[in-house]
Design a protein. Structure first.
Length: 497
């Protein structure tokens, strides 16, 4: 709600609100002040009731929080309504939190959207740190997202990446095409075929719903920052919106489940849904159908947009940097030597392609603030007392650009990874596109595979320029915040064959 107000309108709004609700203010400030007295971490100036929320008005949360860290320090306290939050924006402290204190911060904060829409937070992302979550993570490592399972979807990725090339070829050479749409729909098809089998051909309804859920999950709207005030949830319309979303999810998931049952004979690979249905009763905590739906929502929510956005950002950076584009095309064209259909093993070890992907994830991590965590017990961090149930934000966006660790950090220079061992997690935690520790992303293998092949195909088969003679380096790189940070405007480019 805050984004819709200009700064001056907000001031008038708050002054009026404060005068009218003095009693309520005392109640609210009493509870929030109590938290701050125990905690003397640096923080910007705060307002009654909303705390530091106004500092994020008109900015994207990861950029706003990074600006605050630059001014007030890389270990920061922010009060968002009732929610006491600490923000870690330096590799050194991230290492301490995600290794020494990983267990202390292994919980996720309660999220109203996950509670209502994602089957009482019984998915992997939002599940509290308990035996049920441990079982799900084991399931991911051994079955759902194991290297063997990721490999089993190789032909799916090859086929859809080839279809992507055909999509582009079917457009007229020399005419602009919307690469964002093509990439997102093909990557969504790869993920939906892996999740449900090849019978489900149109995942659009599902992906549209996931987008709506992502928007509700940001954690920065008025209902999220006053979780104990049910009245705010009702008045802000969030309760009604979430109930509607949950019903829509039920309808779409049930429809897809029914479709999958009738298409079973067409499915060559065992889909993730098949795996879950096969295993559901033979494990320590048998999975209900609702648990399975929640897990499948994660696969889509965490798996499709993150990979598609990474392909889109990589192409955006390549267009802005013709030198890097040419170097990548040369690597691909020399190795593939005119071959039409690219197989995964053809490009698996291409060092410059891998450097381009790593550099893209450094500058454009799809989850720039990782997923929030919460302390399960009190602890002392960098000399500060941190109470139980404090929300923790790991600011991967700032960490990946920390000038103490990265030369010329704002520039896209894939070669910086040539002699840098940083692979998935930086040695000094200076590189965190997938988070780290117990709650680190379990889908890295699948995610990277879903980026590598589509990107290689687009760069190998075509040359690209911007429409209407627009300058490459002037490409707008504005972002739009959701569960995944994507380009604000679609990437429209002109291919030549
Ligand atoms: C480029 C692709 C991807 C990126 C950059 C990415 C990034 C992340 C990040 C930053 C987190 C939070 C980690 C933390 O809290 O420390 C996360 C969590 C998670 N990701 Fe990914 N992810 C990607 C692809 C995938 C895929 C393909 C899947 C599965 C199909 C997946 C499933 C998950 C799950 C289930 C979690 C929650 C883990 C937990 O709470 O235990 N991700 N991811």
């Amino acid at each position: 709600m805050f984004d819709y107000y200009s700064a001056s309108t907000m001031e008038v709004y708050f002054v009026t609100f404060i005068l009218l609700a003095t009693t309520v203010i005392f109640l609210f400030t009493f509870t929030t002040r109590k938290a701050s007295k125990r905690n003397h971490l640096p923080e910007p100036w705060r307002l009654p009731i909303i705390g530091h929320m106004h500092h994020l008005i008109g900015t994207l949360p990861h950029r706003g929080i990074t600006n605050l860290a630059k001014k007030h320090g890389t270990f920061l306290h922010l009060q968002f309504g009732e929610v006491s939050t600490i923000v870690v924006s330096s590799p050194k402290l991230a290492k301490e939190v995600l290794s020494t204190y990983d267990l202390t911060f292994a919980d996720r904060p309660h999220n109203i959207t996950a509670e209502v829409v994602v089957y009482h937070s019984t998915d992997i992302i939002f599940s509290p740190y308990d035996d049920y979550w441990r079982q799900l993570r084991k399931l991911c490592t051994k079955e759902l997202l194991s290297p063997k399972k990721v490999k089993s979807f190789q032909s799916l990725r090859e086929e859809e990446s080839w279809n992507l090339v055909q999509d582009i070829r079917s457009s007229m050479s020399g005419r602009p095409i919307n690469l964002s749409h093509i990439v997102f729909s093909r990557v969504a098809l790869i993920v939906s075929s892996a999740a449900f089998g090849k019978g489900v051909n149109d995942p659009t309804e599902f992906t549209d719903l996931i987008k709506k859920i992502s928007m509700e999950m940001g954690g920065f709207d008025v209902a999220d920052i006053f979780p104990s005030r049910k009245i705010i949830r009702n008045l802000s319309g969030k309760k009604a919106r979430l109930a509607k979303l949950h019903n829509a999810v039920e309808n779409v998931v049930n429809k897809i489940f029914a479709e999958t049952q009738s298409n079973q004979s067409n499915t060559s690979e065992e889909s993730l849904l098949d795996v879950l249905l096969r295993l559901k009763d033979g494990i320590e905590f048998p999975l209900t159908l609702d648990n399975i739906k929640a897990i499948i929502l994660d696969v889509f929510g965490a798996g499709a947009d993150s990979s598609a956005a990474t392909v889109e950002w990589a192409l955006s950076e390549l267009i802005r940097s013709p030198r890097v584009m040419e170097k990548l095309q040369t690597e691909l064209r020399q190795v593939l030597n005119g071959k039409e259909r690219i197989l995964e093993e053809d490009i698996q070890d291409l060092s410059f392609l891998n450097q381009v992907i790593k550099e893209t994830l450094r500058l454009h991590p799809p989850g720039p603030l990782c997923m929030p965590r919460e302390s399960r017990e009190p602890c002392v961090l960098a000399g500060y007392h941190i109470p139980k149930r404090t929300k923790l934000i790991i600011n991967a966006f700032a960490i990946n650009r920390d000038p103490e660790y990265w030369n010329d950090p704002e520039s896209f220079i894939p070669e910086r990874f040539e002699n840098n061992p940083a692979n998935i997690v930086g040695e000094d935690y200076e590189y965190l596109p997938f988070g780290a520790g117990r709650r680190m992303c379990p889908g890295i293998g699948l995610g990277l595979a879903n980026v590598r092949l589509p990107l290689a195909n687009i760069v190998y088969h075509f040359n690209w320029k911007r429409p209407n003679g627009e300058k490459n380096e002037a490409l707008d790189m504005s972002e739009c915040f959701g569960a995944v940070v994507q380009r604000k405007s679609d990437l429209v480019l002109v291919p030549s064959f």
